[in-house]
Ligand binder design. Structure first.
Ligand code: CA
Length: 233
């Protein structure tokens, strides 16, 4: 690593802002912070930051607007939204505007640091570059769309691999179907027929990666929360 990553914290609540700063400095990140929307946007647009932690409710300009304006300037700037606890609307809206991930408040420090590391890693290495996903009973070569298990070789579609890659990038939490639709399919709207698309793909994937698709061990359903990939090694 050529330098320690620089993180901008845009958060109006002083206690959270200072708490985040302390935690990130402790984890060897360089930080800067802003307590209003306009100040956050101005600092974000300097392009100096490897990652922006962005609150949604801010004085002067909300996090959605900031996210939008940053994206208009820089499509690749990594952004993690800090959302109110499990508000699906906030999460979907944030991801729709191009945030890389979100952390729901109140968050655990461990969760936050894991997400930060994941987003930074992804932005450094790019998406799914020649990576292997190792699951129980099968190893998947994402570049060549092939899996190797005890029973031989399995072919995957591009979409199935993208779905697996996205889940593999978020191993620490279940991923809601709406988020999969946005990030893997690029659908902004949440129609019933589209969430069924996700379920259908999950079912197809399970037939390929599970020993017993009725009792999945790799790609599990977390009731009411989404799907989670249990990465092996
Ligand atoms: Ca706030």
């Amino acid at each position: 690593m050529s330098h320690s990553a620089r993180i901008l914290i845009v958060e109006d609540e002083e206690a959270i802002r200072e708490g985040l700063t302390d935690v990130l400095v402790f984890h060897k990140y360089e930080t800067d912070s802003a307590s209003t929307g306009p100040e956050g946007l101005q600092k974000a647009l300097t392009g100096k930051f490897d990652l922006i932690l962005l609150d949604i409710m801010l004085p002067g300009m909300d996090g959605y607007e900031i996210c939008n304006r940053i994206r208009a300037e820089d499509r690749h700037q990594p952004i993690i939204m800090l959302t109110a606890k499990t508000s699906d609307e906030e999460i979907v809206q944030g991801l729709k505007l191009g945030a890389d991930d979100y952390v729901a408040k109140p968050f655990s420090i461990q969760q936050l640091v894991l997400r930060i590391e994941a987003v930074l890693r992804r932005s450094r290495t790019g998406l799914e570059k020649a990576r292997t996903i190792t699951l129980d009973g099968i190893e998947i070569d994402t570049e060549n769309l092939k899996g190797q298990g005890q029973d031989g070789e399995t072919d995957f579609t591009r979409r199935e691999i993208e779905l697996l890659c996205y889940l593999a990038q978020h191993p620490d939490r279940p991923v809601p179907r709406e988020e999969l639709l946005l990030k893997v399919w690029g659908y902004a709207r949440n129609l019933d027929i589209e969430t069924r698309t996700v379920d259908i793909h999950i079912a197809k994937l399970r037939r390929k990666i599970e020993k017993d698709p009725k009792e999945p061990r790799n790609l599990i359903t977390v009731r009411g929360a989404g799907y989670r990939l249990m990465a092996g090694g």
